[in-house]
Design a protein around this ligand. Structure first.
Ligand code: TAP
Length: 516
């Protein structure tokens, strides 16, 4: 009977299920918003035993609502529900194709609610509404559809092994879900980071306990509501807001969780990997920080270089893991490039992210703004030239000016450390010695992304070959797609999100050998 419900629901035939929760209702962006503020465990919204946390609107510093939080005890309940759902629930009985139908149905519901989701994301994280609609929510929906399509295409192989004469042998592999997975995500693209990991995780047949970042937990809770309406069985998806040190750590240490997917800073990634090793040697994938180089050669189209260069740094107010943390500009075009960038940066409209004319919203939360102000102070102190911005805006909210530094040398703090904000760091190079330039670009422990702008295909491909980064953009930047694997090298982590490769992060291979 359940299977019929799923198939009907997937075809949009059955009535949407409603679910009860303590509702936050408000008006914003000329629409009525309605979303939960409780933990989501075993298909129900429940209060947590932790201290509720206020989530703040970064535009005006107002409290949006108070969100329930999970203690280690609550996490344990969620994990046990996920384990039961994995081992005994409907989830374990339906076919891969029916699982795919559920994921498609969820994507359709997200699409139906995309304006509401984008508005919630905007007031909770400061993302500009138009960008939230296209990227934060739009790419999330695409991710669910992409992985929904994979559900019934996960297959093993048949492998020729030596015969055991006089008998014969047959060996085949099965790709199996791992079991209960834990996910811990950051605040910069709240729903998208959830989707990148959870869609692959569920497509592979696992169940999940997920902790959103405490700074921006609201779209994860609205998402939980939609999983109920899509018809996901209880316990398959569990969402437990809370802080990293208690709730996040309880997930990392839980002995019944077998895989942990994390996106966040390199420092916390190291802590998490240690907890996962010490508790029960969980399989781990880590998407961590970056300080991605963008190299601009003199033969690049200058107007395009200015546009791409600005986008590489200022996109989503710099709260972008692949943001270009350093721009290397060929010395012959450096001054003109900088002049044009400053001219264009002055035109960026900063303001309420819900206004359609706004291009640049407030930073995500107060501590982050403070960190950016310190970052600028350090840059000035060590002798880099602050040629634009660097200040907090004189208005309520966590507004910070797009900022540009030149005369940055490789040894400076601001050349080495990630700001995670709209801070452009410009250095010069000479293309007479390309190897030296590549060595400078590689002289970092990070290796998330990189970019090169040039008309010379030979230079571009040499760069793509030599650069130590998981992603290389040539004559473009920020062009990620759900079908293309995404993830870092070196201390930017390991294990891919997106693309077919992401499925492997949430599968295990079993080898079966038969003698006949
Ligand atoms: P983190 O401070 O590392 O936090 C990430 C998540 O981990 C949050 O949910 C946080 O919880 C939780 N956490 C903190 N301590 C923990 C612990 N001991 N055990 C378990 N969980 C813990 O990063 P952030 O400041 O949110 O995000 C910024 C960083 O993320 C940047 O470095 C950025 O580059 C990186 N990032 C990388 C990518 C990719 S794809 N590589 C994408 C986005 C962001 P609370 O914050 O709720 O306390």
């Amino acid at each position: 009977e359940f299977v019929n419900t799923v198939v009907l629901a997937a075809r949009g035939i059955s009535a949407a299920k409603e679910i009860k929760y303590d509702t936050v209702e408000m008006q914003a962006n000329n629409m009525d918003l309605k979303f939960p503020k409780q933990l989501f465990i075993n298909g129900e919204f429940v209060n947590g035993s932790g201290r509720p946390l206020n989530t703040i609107n970064p535009h005006d510093e107002s409290v949006i609502c108070s969100v329930e939080t999970a203690t280690a005890e609550d996490v344990d309940k969620a994990v046990k529900a996920a384990k039961k759902a994995f081992e005994e629930g409907e989830w374990s009985k339906i076919s891969a194709r029916e699982r795919g139908a559920l994921l498609f149905k969820l994507a359709d519901l997200m699409e139906e609610h995309k304006e509401e989701l984008a508005t919630i994301e905007s007031i909770d994280s400061g993302a500009v509404y138009t960008l939230a609609l296209k990227t934060h929510i739009g790419m999330s929906i695409e991710t669910w559809r992409y992985f929904a399509g994979w559900c019934d295409k996960i297959q093993g192989s048949t492998i020729p092994i030596s015969h055991a004469r006089p008998n014969r042998n047959l060996t085949f592999t099965r790709k199996e879900p791992i079991g209960v997975c834990g996910l811990v995500t950051p605040w910069n693209y709240p729903l998208m980071m959830l989707s990148w990991k959870m869609a692959a995780c569920l497509a592979a047949g696992n169940t999940v306990v997920m902790k959103p970042a405490q700074a921006s937990p609201l779209t994860a809770l609205k998402f939980a509501e939609l999983t109920v309406r899509a018809g996901f069985p209880p316990g398959v998806v569990n969402i437990v807001p809370g802080n990293g040190t208690e709730t996040g750590n309880a997930i990392c240490e839980h002995p019944l969780i077998r895989k942990l997917g994390f996106t966040g800073s390199t420092q916390i990634g190291q802590t998490i990997m240690r907890s996962c090793a010490n508790s029960n040697l969980k399989k781990v994938s880590l998407e961590l920080g970056g300080k991605s180089p963008l190299v601009i050669f003199e033969d690049a189209d200058l107007q395009q270089a200015v546009k791409i260069g600005m986008g590489s740094v200022f996109f989503n107010k710099g709260e972008n893991c692949i943001a270009a943390g350093r721009l290397f500009v060929e010395e012959t075009i450096h001054d003109e490039f900088v002049r044009r960038v400053v001219e264009e940066t002055k035109k960026i409209s900063i303001g309420n992210p819900l206004d359609r004319s706004t291009a640049h919203g407030p930073q995500n939360h107060k501590a982050h703004l403070t960190k950016l102000l310190d970052f600028v102070k350090r840059g000035v102190k060590e002798g880099a030239q602050l040629i634009y911005g660097g200040k907090r805006l004189d208005r309520p909210g966590w507004y910070f000016e797009p900022t540009i530094f030149t005369n940055v040398t490789d040894d400076m703090y601001i050349a080495k450390e990630e700001s995670f904000g709209p801070v452009m760091i410009v250095s010069k190079f000479s293309s007479k010695n390309m190897d030296e330039m590549i060595a400078r670009a590689n002289n970092t422990e990070y290796g998330l992304a990189s970019g090169v702008l040039t008309k010379d295909i030979g230079k571009a491909l040499k760069f793509a070959e030599k650069i130590e980064a998981g992603t290389v953009f040539i004559n473009t930047y920020n062009k990620t797609d759900v079908a293309a694997p995404f993830g870092g090298f070196k201390m930017s982590g390991f294990g891919k999100d997106l693309g077919q490769e992401a499925l492997n992060e949430y599968l295990k291979t079993k080898t079966v050998t038969i003698e006949y």
